[in-house]
Design a binder for this molecule. Sequence first.
Ligand code: UT7
Length: 326
Amino acid sequence: MTVIRSQLLGTGYKLPAKVLTNDDLSKMVDTNDEWISTRTGIRSRHIAAAGETTGDLSYDAALTAIKNAGIRNEEIDFIIVATITGDNTFPATAAKLAQKLGLKPGTPAMDVNAACSGFVYATQIADNMIRLGQVKTALVIGAETLSKITDWTDRNTCVLFGDGAGAAVFRATEGEGTPEDTGVLATKIYADGSQYEHLCSDGGVSVNQKAGFIHMDGKEVFKVAIPSLVQGVEESLKIAGLSMNEVDWYIPHQANLRIIDSVAKKLEIDMEKVIVTVDHHGNTSAASIPLALAESFEAGKFKKGDLLVISAMGAGFTWGGIVIRI
Ligand code: UT7
């Protein structure tokens, strides 16, 4: 039976020029490279310049994704930005970006706030719209400037996060409706707000009219992260009618190498098939997966027909997974 599938046409990314190493951080707070690298796997992260916004990073990532997709900007008929650090409280960063990219007047644009799972949420929304025939070509972006909501005096959080943007272009194509099709084969998203205070901003427009700083009870989040990332993979594979031994690459949310190691063990996937970028990106929340995806494409890691499984977990809590054949 012929079905519509969202084909991944191209990806792109942008990292700010400034690199902050663990040694740099050890001059700012009571920490050291040994603690950060053994507890998290992070060695360096990129930090946006003073005037450099999430929208700016998104714009550069989008241009590369559009170029790599081999399309013109005007062919995009939906744009969605996953972020918790949008340029303004309103309007959506996506709306400003649509204008800057010169998309057709009237092109729908929205932001989605699902924290580190943002790219998974945004991809599900775009994929559903494509499969319903509402749009043909969608630009999905995950972008953050977390450095702007980081308390640079708090060693519990300031060593963990980084800035960046990743973008992906999806287009409607015909498939056979089988697990052998290329394109997005399944998406699954979840949320549970019962523990939201373990990972949140201590500010908010309606609460205290401030953006606030990132607050995280690391140990509590750690415990939930592992089963959630596993569930994102297992449930999306089940929907796709595929199993773990058919997966060529696993792209997990990049928060902590110890979490990634432990999820890989539970999924019984070799670390050689797991994409790791946390060492040089840190945790970039919604940008983490599209950054890892785009960087891997650029490095020539993937070949046509490879099966990718993605899973993410973050504040909310939110979590989920994507299965895609490229
Ligand atoms: O992106 C959304 C998902 N996020 C995550 O998945 C993050 C999940 N959590 C984690 O990755 C880890 O819990 C952290 C990396 C945040 C923390 O690692 P941990 O092994 O859980 O350390 P901890 O918070 O229990 O701290 C252990 C010790 C403490 O000292 P005491 O109380 O044992 O004396 C901390 O004060 O390490 C100390 N510590 C530090 N020491 C040097 C905390 N931060 C630092 C630091 N440098 N930067």
